[in-house]
Design a binder for this molecule. Structure first.
Ligand SMILES: Cc1cc2nc3c(=O)[nH]c(=O)nc-3n(C[C@H](O)[C@H](O)[C@H](O)COP(=O)(O)O)c2cc1C
Length: 268
């Protein structure tokens, strides 16, 4: 059966997981959600569909929430959610579930989560070295199990996670309300070399280079691709503990060009 896997990725974890699962499933189209930002109604093709994205503040990226609200999907389609996360966030699957329920009167058939290295330095220092490698190795094994379940159209409804749900209740709506203006929180140091990688990786086309420096508009998703891919760590985020000297992370196999393509192409 053909699979269409819609994905959103900031620092490459989700794209790496989506690619892995797609290669194990075979006959899968990877479709970037960022390229559908301005499409009013998204009619899904025949076969099963998946929605693959990171967990943000115990929920899902605002761009993905908007994407789900524009989906036209039949009650008979096998729909799964596939999330990557850094620490905890099972309630994000429920958010996808509720979104799909609103579209077709029935939630997702299955929900899966893959733990990946965290990419949000204001909150936690990203894991490095052997710690990072062991998370990535375990994720590969998780992807193999998940692909088997999907191949069998396995029903795996998202469970209830009281702590994650409580945190989502407290954190998510303020996050979603303010996230597009998050660009105001980034600062650019004198180390900036005007290379433009921040603009290349930004999934929402929110960064332009003006007078040699990145300038943020008002469509930020707070994915932190700009911060984490900057080769000289010239970008910092003024939140919580700040980001200076707190390390950076992006998936080792995903290049800026890979992320740039999520804005430009429909299928890979
Ligand atoms: C703004 C933001 C909020 C995040 N919130 C959570 C969270 O609530 N729970 C969690 O486990 N990870 C959280 N993370 C970590 C990411 O979900 C995780 O690292 C993910 O794999 C990143 O995927 P990507 O590389 O495709 O962007 C957050 C990351 C960002 C940038």
């Amino acid at each position: 059966m053909k699979t269409t896997l819609y994905y959103f990725s900031g620092t490459g974890n989700t794209l790496a997981v989506a690619r892995k699962v797609a290669s194990l499933l075979g006959d899968t189209d990877l479709v970037p959600i960022a390229a559908l930002m301005n499409t009013e109604t998204i009619t899904v093709p025949q076969g099963r569909i998946g929605i693959c994205c990171p967990v943000y503040d115990m929920g899902i990226p605002v761009m993905v929430r908007s994407f789900i609200s524009r989906l036209s999907v039949s009650v008979n389609t096998y729909v799964f959610g596939l999330l990557t996360f850094g620490g905890t966030g099972a309630s994000a699957l429920k958010m996808i579930d509720r979104g799909i329920q609103l579209r077709r009167g029935r939630g997702i058939n299955a929900g899966f989560m893959v733990k990946m290295p965290g990419n949000f330095p204001p909150l936690s220092v990203p894991p490095m070295g052997s710690k990072q490698q062991s998370i990535l190795a375990k994720a590969e094994a998780d992807c193999a199990r998940i692909a088997e379940d999907i191949k069998n159209n396995h029903e795996k409804r998202p469970g209830i996670s009281p702590l994650s749900s409580l945190l989502q209740f407290l954190l998510y709506e303020p996050f979603a309300k303010n996230v597009h203006r998050s660009g105001e929180r980034f600062s650019i140091s004198a180390a900036c070399t005007s290379c433009g990688i921040c603009a290349t990786v930004c999934p929402s086309e929110n960064i332009t280079i003006q007078d040699g420096k990145p300038v943020y508009a008002d469509r930020c998703e707070l994915c932190c691709a700009c911060l984490n891919y900057c080769p000289v760590q010239a970008i910092n985020l003024g939140m919580m503990f700040g980001t200076e000297g707190r390390g950076r992370y992006h998936h080792p196999d995903i290049t800026p060009a890979d992320l740039h393509r999520q804005k430009e192409i429909m299928y890979e």
